[in-house]
Design a protein around this ligand. Structure first.
Ligand SMILES: NC(=O)C1=CN([C@@H]2O[C@H](COP(=O)(O)OP(=O)(O)OC[C@H]3O[C@@H](n4cnc5c(N)ncnc54)[C@H](O)[C@@H]3O)[C@@H](O)[C@H]2O)C=CC1
Ligand SMILES: CC(=O)C(=O)O
Length: 372
C-alpha cells in the first residue's frame, strides 16, 4: 500500500504521524511511505533520516495526500478538505462529535475515516488515545501550576504551599487516563488533590493507587459545585467515547471560583466539560479570562512536547497501520474488532453512533457495510 504522511498544519502542532522507525516497519512489510518534506522536523526527525529508513520525501502536501492511506496526527483543517477523495483511508485523530464541518466533508467525499480515539479494545480501553492522554494529563497540572503564577494572570499561589502556608487545591473531574496522570503530577507537586468520577469501581481503583494522598468523590452536581468554589485549579478530564463531552460544570459554578483561579479543560477536543469553555484556544494564545477565571482550552496539548508525543503516539499506531496496509482496511477491520470501532465514516455514512447522534445524522453499521 502507498501511505502518505503530510506535515501537520494546526497551530504549534509539531508532532508527525510516523517516525523513521515506523517507516522501516512498513517498508519491511512491502509498503511505500511518502513523507512531506520537513514533516518530522518539529519532532527532531530530518528528511535524511526518513530517506535512510526507506521513505520517499515529497515536496508538497498534495503529493502526501494523494496516497491510498493518509496518516496524520490531528483532524484535518478546512484547508485540507480539498485533498479528500472517494475511498481514501484517513487514519488520524478525528474528534468528529465536535467537528460538524469535517464530518460533512468526510461523508460528502466518501472517505474511510478511521479515528484513533475510537479504536477500542474489548476491555473498553482506547489504545491509540492512551499515550496522548498520559501526556496531556501530566501537562495539565504543570500548566495549571504555571498559570496560577501572578505574572501569568493567576491568583499568585504555589500549589505546594510552604511550611506555615496552606497548599493549593486541585480538582480533577474524570478519573481515567488524563485524570489519573493529572492527579499524579498535582500530588507530586504537593497540592491538595480531589478526583471525581462517575464510576464507583474506578474510584476504588484510584483509592488503591493513591491511598490517602488524594481525595476521591462521586461525580455529581452537588460535589462538583462544592469542590469548584474552593479550588485553585480545576482540570476537565471526562470522556464518553466518540460523543460530545457533557457540560458538567455550569457557568454559575465557575462564577463561584475566586478570581485568578485556573481551569484546564483537557476534554475540549470533544467540546469541553465547562459551560464557559465555549472556544478552543491555541498554544500561541492559550488562555482567556471569564468571570475572573483563567481558562486554558488547547485541543492539541501534546503538540507542545512533540518529541515525547510523536514517539509515544507512533509506538501504538504503527502496529494498527500495518494491519490496515497488509490486509486492506476491510479485512483488517473485520478481523480486529478494536479497529472496526475506529471507523467513523464509510461509503458516505457516519458509522459511529455517538457521532451520528451528535449531528442528527443517519447511522450505518460499519460491519454491515463491510460485509455487504
Ligand atoms: N486537549 C488535548 O490535547 C487532549 C485531550 N484529550 C482528551 O481528554 C479527555 C479524557 O481522555 P481519557 O482520560 O483518555 O479518557 P478515559 O476514557 O480514560 O477517562 C474518562 C473518564 O471519564 C469518566 N466519566 C464519564 N462521565 C463522567 C462524569 N459525568 N463525571 C466524571 N467522570 C466521568 C469515565 O468514567 C472515565 O474514567 C478526552 O476527551 C480526550 O480526547 C486527550 C489527550 C489530549
Ligand atoms: C488526543 C488529541 O486530540 C491529541 O493528542 O491532540
Amino acid at each position: 500500500m502507498k501511505i502518505g504522511v503530510p506535515k501537520e498544519i494546526k497551530n504549534n502542532e509539531n508532532r508527525v504521524a510516523m517516525t523513521p522507525a515506523g517507516v522501516i516497519s512498513l517498508k519491511h512489510a512491502g509498503h511505500h511511505v511518502f513523507v512531506e518534506t520537513e514533516a518530522g522536523l518539529g519532532s527532531g526527525f530530518t528528511d535524511e533520516q526518513y530517506i535512510l529508513a526507506g521513505a520517499e520525501i515529497v515536496s508538497t502536501a498534495k503529493e502526501a495526500w494523494q496516497q491510498e492511506m493518509v496518516m496524520k496526527v490531528k483532524e484535518p483543517l478546512s484547508e485540507e478538505y480539498d485533498y479528500f477523495y472517494e475511498g481514501l483511508i484517513l487514519f488520524t485523530y478525528l474528534h468528529l462529535a465536535a467537528e460538524p464541518a469535517l464530518t460533512k466533508a468526510l461523508i460528502d467525499k466518501k472517505v474511510v475515516g478511521i479515528a484513533y480515539e475510537t479504536v477500542q479494545l474489548q476491555n473498553g480501553s482506547l489504545p491509540l488515545l492512551t499515550p496522548m492522554s498520559e501526556v496531556a494529563g501530566r501537562m495539565a497540572s504543570q500548566i495549571g501550576a504555571q498559570f496560577l503564577e501572578k505574572s501569568k494572570g493567576g491568583k499568585g499561589i504555589l500549589l505546594a504551599g510552604i511550611p506555615g502556608v496552606k497548599r493549593g487545591k486541585v480538582t480533577v473531574i474524570g478519573g481515567g487516563v488524563v485524570g489519573t496522570n493529572a492527579a499524579k503530577i498535582a500530588a507530586g507537586l504537593g497540592a491538595d488533590v480531589t478526583i471525581m468520577d462517575l464510576n464507583p469501581e474506578r474510584l476504588r481503583q484510584l483509592d488503591d493507587i493513591f491511598g490517602s494522598s488524594i481525595n476521591t468523590f462521586m461525580s455529581n452536581p452537588l460535589n462538583i459545585a462544592d469542590a469548584l468554589s474552593e479550588s485553585d485549579l480545576v482540570i476537565g478530564a471526562v470522556l464518553i467515547p466518540g460523543a460530545k463531552a457533557p457540560k458538567l460544570v455550569t457557568e454559575d459554578m465557575v462564577k463561584s471560583m475566586k478570581d485568578g483561579s485556573v481551569i484546564v479543560d483537557v476534554a475540549i477536543d470533544q467540546g469541553g466539560i465547562f459551560e464557559t469553555t465555549d472556544r478552543i484556544t491555541t498554544h500561541d494564545n492559550p488562555t482567556y479570562v471569564k468571570h475572573g477565571v483563567l481558562h486554558y482550552a488547547v485541543a492539541n496539548m501534546p503538540g507542545a512536547v512533540p518529541r515525547t508525543s510523536t514517539i509515544g503516539l507512533t509506538n501504538v499506531t504503527v502496529p494498527y497501520a500495518l494491519q490496515l496496509a497488509n490486509k486492506g482496511y476491510q479485512q483488517a477491520c473485520l478481523d480486529n474488532s478494536a479497529l472496526l470501532k475506529g471507523i467513523n465514516t464509510l461509503d458516505g455514512y457516519v458509522t459511529y453512533k455517538a457521532v451520528a447522534e451528535s449531528h442528527q445524522l443517519d447511522y450505518a453499521s460499519a460491519e454491515e457495510r463491510l460485509n455487504s
